[in-house]
Design a binder for this molecule. Structure first.
Ligand code: CP
Ligand code: NVA
Length: 315
């Protein structure tokens, strides 16, 4: 693996290995920090991750920056105001320049093609920190959270409600790879991308999982181990928010819907959340919610990902 642009870039052994590594890093961090080498150096001493972000971020940015710091390295944040990728400078030139100074790039972009162009022209690993097509770092944290709360992944039933968006796409691909049954309930005009769906179905067939897509929330939530939702209008779609609200209202995660799932079903959301829209406050702030475990796990999986891409096998 040279880059991590899609959740499908990880096969089953690689995904399982990454989750194990994240668990080990989490345990090490919680019991006093990471091991230093014979010279007292942390694993990423002197190394820099460039964070090229065209959109806002709390979790992704801080998890990458804090993760680099904890491993002895540094994160360098570059917003659209700083570099205006594609405007002030072409995407290939940004990739070529960064490759001369830093060891990896995490990019949050509007068009998925931009992370692909960066990867094509960079001589260092490129990580998709969210594009219009996927959010693969989020899916890793979500799988780690499910694993921690349920002890296993294969055979679990994950119900995703709402927009068939970037978060949904990465959950479909990584879930299928790890043997998780993923059911998606969405309005007919907001189904996941057909190519991603077909890819997820192939992965699911190979790993003993089932993918279902329905317009009925009740059907998908029935007996689910976890219910997941995301905002109805993603970053860049704010102008559609008012039009989307009535279309998505039947897919709101509320107490009535939660009652149809297993009594101990986990409630998941990638955050930021709009309480009262895609999820009610009592549910996201209730006892079944694991949303801040998901947020915390961004740190641990992203550290595991950077170490893996930088071939730091000893940590
Ligand atoms: N979940 C997530 O990616 O959050 P941010 O947009 O704050 O990074
Ligand atoms: N689907 C959302 C996820 C935010 C983390 C968006 O793209 O805005």
């Amino acid at each position: 693996m040279h880059h991590y642009l899609s959740a499908a870039d990880l096969d089953r052994p690689a995904a399982e290995g990454l989750l194990r590594r994240a668990q080990a890093l989490k345990a090490a961090w919680q019991s006093g920090g990471h091991r230093r080498d014979a010279h007292g150096a942390l694993p990423l001493q002197g190394q820099t991750l460039a964070l090229v972000f065209e959109k806002p971020s709390l979790r992704t940015r801080v998890a990458f920056e804090a993760g680099m710091t904890q491993l002895g390295g540094h994160g360098s944040y570059l917003s659209a105001n700083d570099i205006d990728m594609g405007g002030r400078e072409s995407v290939p030139d940004v990739a070529r320049n960064l490759s001369r100074w830093v060891q990896a790039i995490a990019a949050r972009v509007f068009k998925h093609g931009t992370v692909e162009t960066l990867a094509r022209h960079a001589s260092i690993p490129v990580i998709n920190a969210l594009s219009d097509r996927e959010h693969p770092c989020q899916a890793l944290a979500d799988m780690l959270t499910l694993l921690e709360h349920r002890g296993t992944l294969a055979g679990l039933r994950l119900a995703y409600l709402g927009d068939g968006n970037n978060v949904c796409h990465s959950l479909l691909l990584l879930g299928a790879t790890l043997g998780v049954h993923v059911g998606v309930a969405c309005p007919p005009d907001y189904r996941p991308d057909p190519d991603i769906l077909a890819h997820a179905e192939r992965l699911a067939a190979a790993h003993g999982a089932m993918i279902t897509v329905s317009s009925s929330p009740a059907e998908v939530v029935q007996g689910a181990d976890a219910i997941y939702t995301d905002v109805w209008a993603s970053m860049g779609q704010e102008h559609e928010a008012a039009r989307r609200r009535p279309v998505f209202q039947p897919y709101q995660v509320n107490q009535g819907l939660l009652a149809l799932a297993r009594p101990d079903a986990l409630v998941m959301h990638c955050l930021p959340a709009h309480r009262g829209e895609e999820i009610t406050a009592d549910v996201i702030d209730g006892p079944q919610s694991v949303v801040f475990d998901q947020a915390e796990n961004r740190l641990h999986v992203q550290k595991a990902l950077i170490l893996t891409l930088l071939r730091k096998d000893e940590v």
